[in-house]
Design a protein around this ligand. Sequence first.
Ligand SMILES: [Zn+2]
Length: 406
Amino acid sequence: MAAPEHAESPEPAATGHAEPAATEPIAWTGPTEPAVAGHAGRPSPSLFADVVGQADAVAALSVAAQRPLHAYLLVGAPGAGADLLARGFAAALLCPDGGCGSCSTCHRVLAGTHPDLVEVERAGAALATGEARAVVVAAQRRPLEARRQVIVVPDVHLAPGVVPVLLKTVEEPPPSTVVVLTAETVSPELVTLASRCARVTLRAVDEDAIVAWLVDAGVDRALAADAAGASAGSPGRARLLAADPTLVARRALWRSVPDRLDGTGATAATVAAELVAATDESVAVLAERHRQQSEELAARAEAMGERAGAARKALEDRQRREQRRWRTDEVRAGLAVLAAAHRDRVVSATAGARRAVVAMELVEHSARSLVRNPNERLLLQGLLLRLGAPDPLTVAGHARAPSPVG
Ligand SMILES: [Zn+2]
């Protein structure tokens, strides 16, 4: 046989512009064939207005929305925007006009208050078996308003144990149900489940993209850099931080910590209390946005003569979770500033280099502990006591020390 000039390459060409660019990020591993592009009713880009740096994924989902398959898996790092993509996609699937971006359906889906958008929320660190069973039951339900319903199950990588429970539903949901799973990675345990879905891979959003996005929106460049640095890679968080007049002072407070510690418990407690107070303050900007969301929900419900009870409850639950996550991200961003302050000392003073390295390890250890240790004040107090001590590794504190560097 001659050289296969027209053979299809499984890999997209490295030099730009392969023809169906929009479908590239999808690995069609499921039994069905890909959706086709081309007819009218393409979703409005406004559905994905808050998604940053994911043009390929947006294009793929916009095409897919016109002829959706039964299940999708969005794979990407935390903060990459899988939740926002899932909502925009759901709006396109539920809107009577294919995602116009301006009707009541679109608004409610984007706000997370449409009854045919089921965003599964877990009570614990990962989806429990009982919660997975509830997903199976919900999938069988008929849509309440729209022609279909969308069930979003986030972070399936955290719960490989429930894969057998979900498998049948993801494989073959009722025709009026579309399942959207999100995961940070596809581990071996997830491969079977993933193979039943059309996969959309998200890019990691780098700080530069977030800075550029904020600057485009009119944010001062220095402030944009600060906000992006504290955003944990989440554009949404960065945007709120950029609107926060106390951001710069908060970062300065964290940066000042090493100079203030004197090894006493009293100082550690005082500084920890200040950091917790600053964290409380940081939630204000999010709380303000939540207040607006609640008002919008009430106004819409009134205008449409809808009952807002269940929607209000769902919104409040979500807002509570968002505030909790916000606090964790805030303390983690603060700890990153603190680690950087210690890192700077490694560079400037060789004598204290080992000590600074140990300090950075302690800070990183605390950042990791944040997830399972909800008492920020005790966590910070224990950390600061160690950081201020003559030898941080010998202090019997609240936080367990990592093994010393060799
Ligand atoms: Zn619409």
